[in-house]
Write a protein that binds this ligand. Sequence first.
Ligand SMILES: O=C(O)CCC(=O)C(=O)O
Length: 280
Amino acid sequence: MRTSETDIAFYRRNGYLMVRGLFSSEEVEDFKDHYMRMNAEGVGAGPGDLAYLDEKDPLLRYPRILQPHRWDGKSLRFLLDPRLRDVLAALDGEEPLAVQTMFYFKPPGARGQAIHQDNWYLRAKPGNCLAAWLAVDACDRQNGCLQVVPGSHWLPLLCNVEADTAESFTGTQVPLPEGSELVDMEMEPGDVLFFDGNLIHGSLPNRTTDRFRRSLIGHYISACATQVASYYEPVYRFDGSIVEFRFVDEGGPCGVFVERGGKQVVEMVPSRGVMADGPH
Ligand SMILES: O=C(O)CCC(=O)C(=O)O
């Protein structure tokens, strides 16, 4: 499938692109069964990922699965799928490199993920990171769809502030720029949302009693990148070979919003101690 010039222009302007039906319903069913089986076998994120969970939290039973492509062939095939490669290459100008997979279950009652920018964690440079977010279930406001701030990828990486952990299973977020709006990404199984590493996005809690909101996510870094955070080792080419890379642990400056002449502008400051040291 060729990505049109119109789609590329939309992505450049808005920082995201939805591609409907990129995966078939059979493929999505197969992913669903595969990761549900992994969950039943006790596979899940480690204790560091469960920091904000009390014993009644639905995420304790369904923790997200992080980096399964490092030991699971189906996850690696998803990460390196030629359909994802072709869209990513069209959007980023060149075939990117692959660094991460994640599977989210988001069962009924689970909290969402506060708004953030992915490259805060990946620290891909030069260039950026990109996400391919595959809907495994239909998702909407009720079961906790993704939300994005269109055009926010033009902002630098912003300093993190505390998030509301009644709504989010992560404890930090970026501030919402003045006058900006979070837009719901309603999706059907098989749809993929591609987005830029600086795009502000997050997800709502699952307020249903009976609908999961599962998703399978791949993360990539631009072909021109020469560094990425050490959590993302190894770095793959789309042919499955591994690239020698420079892995870093230090963060960098981040932006805070300040008022200047009655207008909100971003001022860069040294980063306040949050390191690029793990999954997001
Ligand atoms: O799927 C979600 O709920 C959030 C995922 C997300 O924010 C991400 O992959 O960066």
